[in-house]
Design a protein around this ligand. Structure first.
Ligand code: NAD
Ligand code: TDX
Length: 329
């Protein structure tokens, strides 16, 4: 089986390529990645994947690569909410035009697509709301990032219905684990501590995210590729709801620091309050279950990874923090 993985030099995509190398030795992987600031080709070392440096919005290139594939797993995106508030333009270009380009190529060549998306397309929930997101929750995205992801999902649904392409969609909650860019919450705080900088909490830190280990996300993606039905949306989550303050205090404890050794900074504009996933459909219909639901154990492993892999993140730390400092975060 020949699989084209878009965005495979980014966080989740690279973990997907490692997972595939380990668990699916019969699969031949080609990665298509623009190698933006968010990518690190070193993340693919030891996987045997072929890396093609290019843009998912390059129709000729995409057409050629899709023609040579049996399956496309589409991770490539601009992925960071804070960046989308500063400059939405690459989000519209990559997440919408890029996904459109992939759709046209899979339509032309009759190739199966799995589209990777996020729970943020559903907007947010109140802290005391017993409800969780389900595949029937209406779309209500808040940020330029989440609205372009919502648009990309709708394009995939329309191409299934109008053109009969074979495609599945998954919407996952917040991932953590190795190879995550240090602009994101968990690795930013771990690398702050390792750099003798104070961790930074937006606002009061009451916002809740539903954390899942990246390995569980990728196992779920393979479950959907194996057994999912075309045109269906599957929500991926591992019942990992925690507020940001609790997660930060846990990181500080695991790193042997006082649990109040951080500072509050300017809140994110339009900051979604709470995300929570009901993964019942994935569990009941496809038989998936998370293998790493223990956040404490997963964070311990993640702290150990960033501690042991300074060479992977050190060169980007100063520039990442400088971008945040410009906006008081
Ligand atoms: P990331 O930012 O770490 O990686 C994105 C990758 O896409 C990078 O390697 C980048 O170079 C590449 N890319 C960007 N624009 C491109 C383009 N035009 N052409 C080709 N490649 C391009 O992102 P991530 O956190 O790994 O997220 C991957 C996917 O998973 C995204 O679609 C995101 O919306 C989705 N998702 C992420 C999370 C999360 O918690 N990180 C949760 C749910 C869903
Ligand atoms: O320094 C910080 N301090 C802080 O309090 C940062 C970077 C973030 N935060 C807060 C904001 C969020 O409430 O932590 C929470 C998590 O922030 P991010 O890591 O930026 O993730 P989020 O905005 O929730 O989006 C993530 O999950 C869904 C991914 O980046 C998206 O790609 C995915 O779709």
């Amino acid at each position: 089986m020949r699989v084209l993985v878009t965005g495979g030099a980014g966080f989740i995509g690279a973990n997907f390529v490692h997972h595939t190398h380990l668990h699916r030795p019969d699969v031949q992987v080609t990665v298509l990645d623009k190698l933006t600031y968010a990518a690190n080709p070193a993340s693919l070392q030891g996987t045997g994947a072929q890396l093609v440096h290019g843009d998912i919005a390059d129709a000729q290139l995409v057409d050629r690569l899709v023609a040579d594939s049996d399956l496309v797993v589409h991770f490539a995106a601009e992925s960071h909410n804070d960046n989308s508030l500063r400059d939405p333009s690459p989000f519209v270009q990559t997440n919408l035009v890029g996904t459109f380009t992939i759709l046209e190529a899979v339509r032309t060549h009759g190739v199966r697509l799995h589209h990777i998306s996020t729970d943020e397309v559903y907007g947010d929930l109140e802290l005391d709301d017993p409800a969780k997101f389900t595949p029937d929750t209406p779309y209500n995205p808040s940020s330029p990032y989440s609205s372009t992801k919502a648009g990309s999902d709708l394009l995939v649904r329309a191409w299934v219905r109008s053109f009969g392409i074979v495609a599945t969609i998954s919407n996952c909650s917040n991932n953590y684990g190795p190879y995550q860019h240090i602009e994101k919450f968990i690795p930013r705080q771990i690398t702050n501590v390792l750099s003798d900088l104070k961790p930074k909490l937006y606002g009061a830190g009451e916002n809740v995210r539903d954390w899942i280990h990246v390995e569980d996300h990728n196992a779920a993606v393979w479950t959907i590729i194996d057994r999912g039905r075309s045109g269906e949306t599957y929500l991926i989550g591992a019942d990992g709801e925690r507020n940001n303050k609790d997660v930060l205090e846990l990181i500080l404890e695991l790193m042997g620091k006082p649990t109040d050794a951080y500072e509050h900074v300017t809140d994110r504009a339009g900051h979604d309050l709470r995300y929570a996933i009901d993964a019942g459909k994935l569990r009941d219909e496809l038989g998936w279950a998370p293998r790493y639901p223990d956040l404490r154990a997963g964070l311990e492993q993640t702290v150990a990874w960033y501690t042991a892999h300074r060479d992977w993140w050190q060169a980007t730390k100063a520039a990442t923090e400088a971008r945040y400092a410009e906006v008081g975060q």
